[in-house]
Design a protein around this ligand. Structure first.
Ligand code: UT7
Length: 319
């Protein structure tokens, strides 16, 4: 598999920490010190599907492809306004694709799961050109009076087009069956037979537990995929980690004994955008010209589940 196109899209509404401090008992100082986040983008009059379609079109353009060239669409999404049809169907309709499509929910690890599925589809001969779109609105999952969660998230979409190739050197995904550390529940339509009590609960997160799991799983997964790729950690030019918290990124770098410069980040401007965070960062770096042919990249993510995943690939896209 190889990545031949990238794209991203952000909502226009920028919300700074000072804006949050107007209605929450919080401060720019607390949020920056604990998370690195300075501002985030929030959906206001747009729908998530608008961002998803925008990111998808940009990735197709960047790959020099049209929707008719795509054999499969995978959309990673945790929540959006449509329960059905899936977000991938909405993207499919908007870009006028003619291939099958599916949504996956592996929480913040969705991009790595989608890459792995894409590789499997290619290996099985079921698809050659695959559009992966990660589109998320986690700001609609949190309680906006809970300062411990609502300050952390932002909305956004990132996309890639992949085709056959040998750039992907190693990939892994895991699940640790820790469903209580990060969870949100919603009420479904009642039926005459549903007798159990249902509750609409905003996102509940055991922050420190998630933090510890995130650092240890990222360190473990990165070591494993780099070794599986037949490389040393020092061979990796950039480690693109799920952008949840700058301290998690720094801790992982410290545990791997790698220099800070190898850990690009943009969490300060977007907050935690769930599975969209790595493809958004990748697209930003690609657009800036940071990525050179032959660069070795490692991705690593973690999320509710507790899902984790990582991969190593060699960059071959010419800008
Ligand atoms: O995609 C995966 C998503 N999640 C994550 O990656 C989150 C991982 N966890 C974290 O990043 C950190 O645990 C947090 C940033 C969420 C919290 O940082 P912490 O250093 O673990 O803080 P804490 O939860 O131990 O809270 C320390 C204090 C508490 O006050 P008291 O009890 O010491 O008086 C909190 O009530 O900070 C308080 N606090 C806040 N204060 C100001 C919590 N949120 C805020 C806030 N502003 N926004």
């Amino acid at each position: 598999m190889k990545i031949i196109g990238t794209g991203s899209a952000h909502p226009s509404c920028v919300v700074t920490n000072d804006m949050l401090a107007q209605f929450l008992d919080t401060s720019d100082e607390w949020i920056v010190t604990r998370t690195g986040i300075k501002e985030r983008r929030l959906l206001s009059d747009e729908e998530l599907k608008d961002l998803a379609v925008d990111a998808a079109r940009k990735a197709l353009d960047s790959a020099g492809m049209q929707a008719k060239d795509i054999d499969f669409i995978i959309c990673s999404n945790v929540v959006n306004e449509y329960v059905t049809p899936s977000l991938s169907c909405l993207i499919h309709e908007a870009v006028q694709a003619s291939c099958p499509c599916v949504d996956i929910n592996a929480a913040c690890t969705g991009f790595i799961y989608a890459l792995q599925m894409a590789e499997a589809y290619q290996t099985a001969g079921m698809a050659k050109n695959i559009l992966i779109v990660c589109a998320e609105e986690p700001t609609r999952m949190v309680d906006w009076s809970d300062r411990s969660t609502c300050v952390l998230f932002g909305d956004g979409a990132g996309a890639v087009v992949v085709t056959e190739g040998t750039d992907l050197k190693a990939i892994k995904t895991t699940n640790a069956s820790k469903t209580e550390v990060l969870v949100q529940k919603r009420v479904l339509q009642p039926t005459p037979y549903a007798t159990k009590k249902s509750e609409n609960l905003p996102l509940v997160m055991l922050g420190q537990e998630v933090f510890k799991n995130a650092v240890s799983s990222s360190v473990r997964d990165l070591k494993e995929v780099v070794s599986k790729a037949g490389m040393e950690l020092t061979d990796i030019d950039y480690f693109l980690l799920h952008q949840a918290n700058i301290r998690i990124v720094e801790f992982v770098g410290h545990h791997l004994d790698m220099p800070k410069e190898k850990f690009p980040h943009n969490v300060e401007f977007y907050g935690n955008t769930s599975s969209a965070s790595i493809p958004m960062l990748l697209d930003e770096m690609n657009a800036r010209g940071d990525l050179k042919k032959g660069h070795k990249l490692a991705f690593s993510a973690f999320g509710a589940g507790f899902t984790t995943g990582a991969c190593v690939l060699e960059w071959s896209m010419e800008k």
